[in-house]
Design a protein around this ligand. Sequence first.
Ligand code: FAD
Length: 252
Amino acid sequence: LFSRGEMPKDNAIVYLSDLEATMRYSLDHEVILRNAISGDALSALKSYLELLIEYFPTSIRGKKFLKVISEHMSNSESVSGEELGNFINKYELFLNPYVTKLKWIGCEGSHPMYRRYPCGLWTLFHTLTVQASTKNLQAFNGEQVLNTIAGYVKHFFGCTECSEHFMQMTTTIKNNVSSFDDAVLWLWSAHNQVNQRLAGDVSEDPMHPKILFPLKAHCETCRQNDEWNKTEVLAYLKRMYSTISIKQTPND
Ligand code: FAD
């Protein structure tokens, strides 16, 4: 077993396969389980799709797939999960939107009960904040990126405990996030608070202990005398979750 602080360095590699598996599960499982989606939940779903369209690092077919789903819902005031599921399945067959085989790679645990989708969601959310910060488009600002992530977590993340904890944390977004870079750092800090709370919990994969991320082994300059150097942390996260660093397979 790896003791805390001696984690393998490759724990900080992002795989497209995890991102695609997460995106698919988020739509094809979490969303379609709802009977009727309307009101705030529908707005949250529409916004989530917009965020994916702008920032998910996908192929042209993947983008087309997301756009088709978004357009399908654009004039509706209520959609049923089942109907949406059928629509999504039809266009998955038609457009073949995924580049990878949708296997868990970076998020695979030492046992199927560990990691996977929740790990994939964090990975997806960090990727979206970093992509937004890099692309600097007008469609969303930093606060809106986080509010969209929060909307998805609130209405669709099947882990109710996770959702409730996360929503408590989101009250600090308004006063602390005014740029895309702030959003990257806010999510990093929120994730570290969750890591700290869950260290030693039964849900922790013993092969992937919860740590304050990144370790010195990941980023030598991110900590100085036990204090975070946020400029270095930001630069590190922007490298780790950038399109150029995302791998398709471990052999890339
Ligand atoms: P994860 O914590 O899922 O991290 C995935 C990867 O992200 C890591 O391997 C690492 O490469 C990277 N990473 C780690 N920390 C950071 C950071 N600070 N910044 C950037 N990158 C980082 N489980 C509960 O039991 N209770 C909860 O209340 C709870 N709340 C959650 C809230 C949200 C929004 C999400 C998405 C998940 C939540 N979970 C909760 C699940 C939990 O946080 C883990 O996702 C799960 O235990 C799997 O952990 P993991 O070892 O795969 O690493």
